[in-house]
Design a binder for this molecule. Structure first.
Ligand code: FRU
Length: 484
């Protein structure tokens, strides 16, 4: 029935900051991606949504479908906060996930309401036969009480199938997410029919890794290992999207973690959720903003002036390398959007800025690769959204092997400055920049590291330049393309 829907990339012509190939809601507030699934020939994306205004509150599940994960068609809101167990202006239908069984779509979400001034979080279920209309299960909540030690923070169910059994991971806090002594837990539940759920145990409990509360946990099998991802609150290293790779014994509820890492080093990447695309690839979307408890919080930016707030990352394909690092790179579908690509090979850049011509100065991709020599390391600086003194800078310092993103001078909202160590792969550094109105995504060495940051440039900031840090430097390749 959805074949007749006309799909399009959201037009950015009228709105300065609304991205074109990154998903945004039609209007109002959006945070986490929810319920990602390929179901009956369509990619379904649900998201935390407040259609009433540009601030968080009264959570609904917004809904859109796509054939390629870039051209989206908005569908009617899937879940409204309209039941005693999920209705409240400071609560509603929180984050969750979707699975298919016998052609039926099962959406699990955290139902939140208040009793005697206290927030109650439970896990609930909504079903659909067509992927458009949803009915909440009459015996909701399917998990109405958290295990001992967990009081309030008990949310974000992610359901997966292991063999013939269904499992659910849920984020929780012993002691409280907002409390300094709170401890994060990932809880494991099991079911044979998706309606009755038994608590198996704590799959992971660690203040060090999970902070006071792991929000939006996800668990999936990738390249022979189990990968757990989540967004820890108040974690000591301030990581926003953590991954843990290892082996799991589901019977014993034991997770032997062999590797941990950061999914994205930028300011704006939170609550990632994965699913399988139609080819069986593991794909991850995340909310490309941030919450106020993060120490680097600079505010939500100005997009409420355009009546929308909240962006999702582009879909990233996940894989593990030999050392069990999680590698995240743009999905192949992204490259088929690209047009008018211009490639310069073996070009020399100097200390003076070289301006690069752009067909669309707000929406493009830039790909640079260069060999790094230990004798004369040098470096590259890239100015994005440049106009006179204003610009966001990406500096690749090959002497110290550091990449710095500096958004302090990019806009009037202080988009922040951060640095991360990088390393050459086969003697080369490869950088892909995806620029989309108010988003800059950086992929280093094929997605070994990613950085996502919001910037809010003025319309006149249309320039892009490159220069070398020391003396001249040879770029093996510089490719610029329109991204849509
Ligand atoms: C993560 C989160 C989730 C919660 C949702 C509420 O960003 O805090 O834990 O379900 O947002 O909108």
């Amino acid at each position: 029935m959805m074949e007749n829907y006309f799909t399009q990339i959201r037009s950015a012509n009228k709105e300065q900051w609304r991205p074109q190939y990154h998903f945004t809601a039609p209007g109002g507030w959006m945070n986490d991606p929810n319920g990602l699934i390929y179901y009956k020939g369509w990619y379904h994306l649900f998201y935390q949504y407040n259609p009433e205004g540009c601030d968080w509150g009264s959570m609904h599940w917004g809904h859109a479908v796509s054939k390629d994960m870039f051209h989206w068609k908005d569908l009617p809101i899937a879940l409204y906060p309209d039941q005693v167990y999920d209705k409240h202006k400071d609560g509603g239908c929180f984050s969750g996930s979707a699975v298919e069984k016998d052609g039926i779509l099962y959406c699990f979400y955290t139902s939140t309401t208040y009793k005697n001034g206290k927030m109650i979080q439970t896990q609930s279920l909504a079903l659909s036969e067509d992927g458009v209309h949803f009915t909440k299960y009459e015996n909701n909540p399917v998990i109405s009480v958290p295990p001992d030690e967990i009081e309030r923070d008990f949310r974000d169910p992610k359901v997966l199938k292991v063999g013939n059994a269904w499992y659910m991971v849920v984020g929780a806090s012993a002691g409280g997410a907002e409390e300094e002594n709170g401890e994060g837990r990932v809880l494991l539940y099991k079911s044979s029919d998706l309606f009755r759920w038994d608590f198996v145990g704590n799959l992971l409990e660690s203040k060090e890794l999970l902070g006071t509360m792991p929000e939006c946990p996800d668990l999936f099998y990738l390249d022979g290992k189990w990968v757990l991802t989540c967004s820890p609150m108040k974690q000591s290293t301030n990581i926003k999207a953590l991954y843990c790779v290892g082996e799991i014994d589901f019977e014993k509820c034991e997770f032997h973690v062999e590797r941990t890492g950061n999914m994205d080093w930028g300011f704006d990447y939170y609550a990632p959720q994965s699913f399988l695309d139609k080819h069986g690839n593991r794909i991850i979307f995340a909310w490309e903003n941030e919450w106020a408890w993060m120490p680097w919080f600079h505010g939500w930016g100005p997009t409420d002036k355009e009546n929308w707030r909240g962006t999702l990352s582009i879909p990233r394909k996940a894989k593990l390398d030999e050392e069990l690092n999680l590698i995240l790179s743009p999905v192949d579908e992204f490259y088929s959007l690209q047009k008018e690509s211009v490639v310069y090979e073996n070009c020399l850049i100097e200390k003076s800025k070289k301006t690069i011509q752009l067909n669309n100065p707000y929406c493009y991709s830039l790909h640079i690769s260069c060999a790094v020599s230990t004798e004369e390391p040098g470096g590259i600086e890239i100015g994005i959204f440049a106009k006179e003194e204003k610009c966001a800078e990406v500096c690749v310092d090959c002497s110290n092997m550091m990449l710095t993103f500096n958004g302090e001078n990019a806009d009037c909202y202080d988009s922040g400055k951060l640095s991360t160590e990088i390393s050459a792969v086969n003697g080369k550094i490869d950088i892909v920049l995806l620029v989309d109105h108010s988003i800059i995504e950086i992929y280093i060495n094929g997605g070994r590291q990613c950085i996502s940051c919001n910037v809010y440039p003025e319309k006149a900031q249309t320039g892009l330049w490159v220069r070398s840090l020391q003396k001249e430097m040879k770029l093996e390749k510089l490719e610029i393309a329109c991204a849509v």
